[in-house]
Design a protein around this ligand. Structure first.
Ligand code: ZN
Length: 401
């Protein structure tokens, strides 16, 4: 049977909307929705206080892109800002794990940071902002991590105000890197940013030469970071993965995302017993490689006990200063000859790898969308933050009303 491209597109859209479990898109063409006169932005105006403010829709310059926001995840960084404002940004429009549809763009905007064409109606995500090097592409930037650059959602307020993804519109300006991700469903697009953190960590782990196809791997900590780590390892073809956590529900989900077994630390009396548990579950072996995904100093101290002589470790759990950890250099590092790498955020190139990971993970049936445990409308963003701070969900996401 022959089908024309419109029919194919209609079928693909229908299948994608069923897969993602979200409502079918109301309109895919930008022209069918009028751009309103004002935009709504969730401004953090004081500690633990977000007010949804209304601003005039800004002018779109020749190098700018106006995006209608479709959704944005809450990051640990957002929760820290909400609670304590460690970056001193208040008033600030937060939200950097966002995605949306191009509704207007300047005449100079032709391609994304991977060289892919962009047009009205395309779905995009943003990555870093390089004001001093606006023509940068992912191909220039193998090593430059986001740590030194700006991102939307962590910018000081200005007279445009549409600087964060917790809003119904955002204005992307010259010097920003962005990607056309129209071929990913909404849930996948919301998960791109946290997944890029783990793609980067796995690349760091691979640089040791120890992480291999048939490695035995321990992932300690089953919050979103550890769970995504497991899904990436599984998608790479690694089969022997033990998830370590104290929450039985999260350990069950870890198995559905690709862990072959789990160790609940509440079932063991002390770290030596836990290491014995790992050893048993790997059939008489310790781990070749371990990922430390908790922000707990005790987690860092313990992880060495799970790793075999000559094994490797990637530490990525400390996005903020969580205090000092105690180790025994003789037993934990020297005599075992452990190779350790640290990992910090991501590069532009990791973003491109992340898009492929998300497609592969879905293709092998991993329930990636279920990482988004809670969904809130923008008008209830304070409740969304409280849910995040209570740490009873996984990824919390906010959607324009
Ligand atoms: Zn983040």
């Amino acid at each position: 049977m022959e089908m024309n491209s419109t029919q194919v597109e209609a079928i693909v859209k229908q299948v994608l909307s069923q897969l993602s479990g979200s409502a079918p898109a109301a309109a895919s063409s930008a022209g069918s929705k009028e751009i309103p006169k004002t935009a709504h932005v969730a401004m953090l105006t004081a500690l633990e206080t977000v007010e949804v403010k209304e601003y005039p829709m800004p002018e779109v310059g020749d190098d700018d892109i106006l995006v209608r926001v479709e959704g944005c995840g809450i990051c640990g960084t957002d929760a820290h800002e909400y609670k304590r404002d460690p970056f001193g940004l208040i008033p600030v429009a937060l939200g950097h794990e966002g995605t949306g549809e191009i509704v207007k763009m300047g005449k100079n905007v032709k391609k994304d940071s991977a060289g892919k064409d962009v047009k009205l109606g395309d779905k995009i995500v943003t990555c870093m902002i390089f004001k001093d090097n606006p023509d940068i592409t992912m191909f220039d930037l193998n090593k430059q991590n986001v740590g030194g650059a700006d991102v939307y959602g962590l910018l000081p307020d200005d007279d445009v105000h549409l600087n964060g993804w917790f809003a119904d519109y955002i204005l992307i300006r010259k010097g920003s890197t962005f990607f056309n991700v129209s071929d990913l469903d909404l849930d996948s697009r919301i998960l791109i940013e946290p997944c890029a953190v783990l793609i980067h960590a796995v690349e760091r782990a691979k640089s040791t030469g120890i992480l291999k196809f048939n490695s035995r791997v321990v992932v300690q900590g089953c919050g979103p970071i550890g769970l995504i780590c497991i899904a990436i390892l599984r998608t790479m073809g690694i089969m022997n993965i033990i998830a370590v956590d104290g929450n039985a529900g999260r350990l069950e989900f870890a198995k559905r995302l690709g862990a072959s077994d789990s160790v609940n630390f509440n079932d063991y009396n002390g770290v030596e017993a836990m290491a014995e548990g790992v050893n048993e579950k790997f059939g008489g072996h310790l781990a070749d490689f371990a990922f430390q995904c908790t922000g707990s100093p005790a987690g860092h101290s313990n992880i060495y006990k799970f790793i075999r002589n000559g094994g490797g470790l990637c530490e990525l759990g400390f996005f903020i200063n969580g205090g000092d950890a105690t180790i025994n250099p003789h037993f934990d590092i020297c005599s075992k000859e452990i190779t350790t790498v640290g990992s910090w955020v991501y590069t532009l190139r990791d973003y491109a790898t992340t898009f492929d990971f998300l497609k592969s993970a879905k293709a092998i049936g991993l329930p990636i969308s279920e990482l988004i445990s809670d969904r809130y409308p923008l008008s209830q963003i304070n409740e969304a933050y409280k849910k995040n701070l209570a740490m009873t969900g996984l990824k919390i996401a906010v959607f324009p009303d």
